[in-house]
Design a protein around this ligand. Structure first.
Ligand code: ZN
Length: 368
């Protein structure tokens, strides 16, 4: 069953028939009155579309990301990879497998893509900024978000072209408003404290954290490896409402520091004092998610995007505009997400929220 929002149906009827919004709404209302209590507004809109010979849903074929709807099959999308998450192995009853997920974007939006088993192998060479074409994927909804899954019939092709990706405008929050659990929010403030980056060993093949066992670094998948390094960089941001610890993983740390991966690794044994001094007092904007670190009973911010070249006028205008908006009503508390520590035991692997994946690492690193 494909979930099509009412407005999409109305727009489609408008486009195909030339009727106005008002005319369509009135037809929907008549139908609702006639079938009182039997159908929803969407249901009524579907009936109207049907009566008018308007096909709401054709084989989607080539789609823009914003037009993907949960339930669609034969989805064809072209997008640029903007973020790749770690590959996960899972074991459930007698079924073993792996999945990886990543985000792709086009000029209309960004969507999460999930690959399973042999499709994961196919994608081991993908890098951020690669452009890929997905044919015959299927769309699902997971925790209220749409995502595209790559199944047995899905074909994935790497393209040479570069695709423009919509810049997401996230909701701006004051640090004091964050409760932990918010996604796609934006904060802006001054850097008031900076820590040395923490380095840790990762598998050079899959990028997963590896630990030393009897003098060897062992990856679950690739056995003994000669480790590569990754890092996490922590700082405190102050926006005058409060301060918050910001946790920047490799790519975001590079962006903030203005250094390449190699330049950061080179300094591993040296000093970051100069870099740290340059950052103090700097005004930056982060967009990402706020998470609750249960172990330390504090809220942390994990940026996905880092903005260092800010246009002050634009920012001030934006703040002024947002202040004029009425205060949002108190929202109901969100359903508790599965505890990341027991996530491997979650009943349905497809329900797992990969965005929580790095939390374990944060805890590990704090205890270093
Ligand atoms: Zn590995």
């Amino acid at each position: 069953m494909i979930k099509i929002p009412l407005q999409v149906i109305i727009d489609k009827i408008k486009e195909k028939t030339g009727l106005t919004d008002k005319e369509i709404q009135s037809k929907i209302k008549d139908k609702l009155d006639l079938l009182s209590g039997l159908i929803s507004e969407e249901g009524a809109a579907h009936i109207i579309a049907n009566e008018l010979g308007v096909k709401i849903f054709e084989d989607p074929g080539k789609l823009q990301i914003k037009n993907v709807l949960a339930g669609m099959r034969n989805v064809e999308l072209t997008g640029r990879i903007v973020k790749i998450y770690e590959t996960k192995n899972f074991e459930k009853e007698n079924r073993k497998g792996k999945l990886c997920s990543f985000l792709i974007g086009d000029p209309t939006g960004i969507i999460r893509v999930v690959a399973w088993n042999d499709k994961v192998d196919l994608l081991t060479k993908m890098k951020e900024n690669d452009t890929i074409k997905i044919e015959n994927g299927y769309a699902k909804e997971n925790n209220g978000r749409k995502e595209v899954h790559l199944g047995d019939k899905t074909k994935v092709t790497f393209l040479q072209e570069t695709i423009e990706v919509k810049e997401t405008t996230n909701e701006r929050k004051k640090i004091s408003e964050l409760k932990g659990g918010e996604e796609n929010v934006e904060i802006m403030g001054a850097i008031v404290q900076v820590f040395d980056p923490k380095f840790f060993e990762v598998c050079p093949e899959c990028g997963k954290r590896v630990r030393e066992k009897e003098g060897e670094f062992v990856c679950e998948q690739h056995n003994a490896v000669s480790p590569a390094f990754s890092y996490v960089f922590n700082l405190f941001l102050d926006d005058s409402s409060d301060t918050i610890r910001v946790v920047l993983w490799r790519n975001q740390a590079q962006k903030l520091l203005g250094l390449t991966n190699e330049e950061i690794i080179e300094r591993k044994e040296g000093t970051f004092d100069e870099v740290k001094n340059d950052l103090l007092g700097k005004i930056v904007k982060f967009s990402g998610r706020a998470t609750k670190n249960e172990m330390f009973e504090r809220i942390e911010f994990v940026p996905q995007l880092v903005f260092t070249d800010l246009n002050p006028e634009e920012e001030i205008e934006r703040i002024n505009n947002e202040i004029k908006e009425p205060l949002p009503e108190e929202k109901e508390p969100e359903a508790k997400k599965p505890d990341p520590i027991v996530k491997e035991k979650v009943e349905d692997i497809s329900e797992k929220d990969d965005l929580l994946e790095e939390i374990d690492d944060i805890k590990d690193l704090d205890s270093l």
